[in-house]
Design a protein around this ligand. Structure first.
Ligand code: PLP
Length: 479
């Protein structure tokens, strides 16, 4: 019995292998596809190498499918040609491209965090297109410092004595801890042993910079006496890290930065505040700004450029001159150097802060955060009308939903911002909301939405009014 069964299974295997070989042999060759008139027409504007790679990719995918699924039949020639054309077009599209953020997440890390002000984008473009005054003293014609473009602005806006800018805030923290405390002890509260995202974990950063971490207090409560007891002749730094992406509520106690500064001063130990968000204006009462940290007397303050500041990715290091000068001279500072495009965008963004009202209007992060409900409703109604015009009523339902937007980027996690979304759903169930959202993401100008309870939500909070028509055009061509 067992043998017979085995034999028949073996026969089936053999038959299947034969069938597979047959199917594989019936696939068109690369050269036959290259000679196809439709594909040849495409080749007029597309490099041959791209075309050949696309053909090989499509054929390989078909082969793999045939090999893994025995019920699969060879696709017909016309379908293969169509797939080659689609694949070629995909390969010709830029990978990093502009996207429309209808998620309502103001600082969406996946979508590039802060959207730049027009002034910043224009400054960046001007510097990108030509040569620029990156490191040149115009008076003498001699070499200058790239930091000059932002140093005095940062000092003017924050009250800091000195400033230095690097590639991002994680780099700023790493550099500052390395310079101030390598080979020494860093005192940090257990309530601030945080992970910012990815592999950026405070304890790891301290260790990687060659310092020894000394944890004090508990997760929810740390007192000044905890810090005092931890200080020895080996202490190199008292570190404070803002819990920017989570909140500890209830029975809690933290030490005001002023008190840490007083403690540090009395022992001649520097105090550093990793402020994180980079907020120059007050967003929410009780959430400190960069100015608060400087005012409290922190020797070094670190912050991101592309969170609540609303500028390009950058790490700001502000504080007392004696420390900033040491930081600027360290070899790591060179390794974390900020580029001219970033500096152009950062300088232009910072300039806007000289006038509070101008900053609130021109910097999208600030404008979106403070957007009023009537304005959001107005945008939602326009989007609703635009979608109605392009979608057949019998196939799609378009409604409104009250919901919440988020700040995102690991900033202000407790803030729920009231918003008013346009909700889209296929009326006949022909397309799932996931399918609709995916098609929108894959469009030439991708549109990112939120999917909730089988509805696709468009949150106008993070949209510019000219993007409404763009969304409608994308929806029309895809659905
Ligand atoms: C976001 C954040 C960082 C990391 O900033 P990046 O600019 O993303 O490198 C570090 N510390 C705090 C407190 C933060 O909020």
């Amino acid at each position: 019995m067992a043998d017979k069964k085995h034999n028949s299974a073996g026969n089936e295997d053999a038959q299947e292998a034969h069938g597979l070989a047959e199917k594989l042999r019936s696939l068109p060759s690369v050269s036959r596809l290259l000679a196809n008139p439709e594909i040849r027409r495409l080749a007029e504007n597309i490099p041959q190498t791209v075309l050949v790679q696309a053909i090989r990719h499509v054929l390989q995918q078909i082969r793999e499918e045939l090999q893994t699924r025995s019920d699969c039949s060879t696709p017909n020639y016309a379908d293969i040609v169509r797939e080659v054309i689609a694949e070629t077009q995909r390969r010709m599209q830029p990978s990093l491209c502009r996207a429309i953020n209808a998620t309502g997440v103001i600082l969406h890390t996946g979508l590039g965090r802060a959207r730049l002000a027009d002034e910043a984008a224009e400054a960046l473009w001007a510097v990108a297109k030509g040569h620029c005054t990156l490191e040149i003293d115009r008076e003498s014609g001699r070499r200058g410092s790239r930091q000059d473009h932002v140093r005095s602005l940062l000092c003017e806006l924050t009250g800091a004595e000195d400033a230095y800018v690097v590639n991002n805030c994680a780099g700023a923290v790493f550099l500052a801890v390395t310079v101030l405390a390598a080979g020494r002890e860093v005192v940090l509260s257990r309530g601030e042993l945080v992970e910012i995202g990815g592999s950026f974990r405070m304890p790891d950063i301290v260790r990687a910079s060659g310092a020894l971490l000394v944890e004090v207090g508990t997760t929810n409560r740390t007192r000044l006496s905890d810090y005092m007891q931890a200080i020895t002749e080996r202490t190199g730094l008292i570190l404070r890290c803002r819990p920017s992406n989570f909140a500890i509520i209830g029975f809690t106690e933290t030490v005001p930065l002023e008190d840490l500064v007083a403690l540090g001063n009395s022992h001649d130990i520097p105090v550093m505040d990793d402020q994180g968000s980079g907020a120059l204006l007050n967003f929410v009462k009780g959430k400190g700004t960069v100015l608060d940290s400087v005012r409290a007397g922190a020797d070094v303050v670190t912050a991101s450029g592309d969170k609540l500041l609303g500028g390009p990715q950058a790490g700001l290091i502000l504080g007392k001159r004696r420390y900033i000068e040491r930081i600027a001279k360290h070899p790591l500072a060179r390794a974390l150097r900020v580029d001219k495009l970033t500096l152009a965008a950062l300088e232009a963004t910072l300039r806007l802060y000289r006038d509070r009202e101008q900053a609130l209007q021109a910097i999208p992060t600030l404008r979106y955060f403070h957007r009023s409900m009537p304005e959001i409703v107005r945008l939602a109604r326009r989007l609703h009308r635009a979608l109605h015009r392009v979608l057949p009523k019998e196939r799609f339902r378009i409604e409104y939903r009250r919901d919440y937007s988020e700040v995102g980027g690991g900033s202000l996690p407790e803030e729920r911002l009231d918003t008013f979304c346009v909700a889209l759903q296929s009326a006949d169930g022909g397309l799932s909301s996931e399918t609709i959202a995916r098609r929108l993401r894959l469009a030439p100008t991708p549109v990112f939405t939120r999917v909730q309870d089988d509805w696709v939500l468009f949150d106008p909070r993070t949209l510019e009014s000219e993007e409404i028509q763009l969304i409608a055009d994308t929806v029309r061509t895809l659905l």
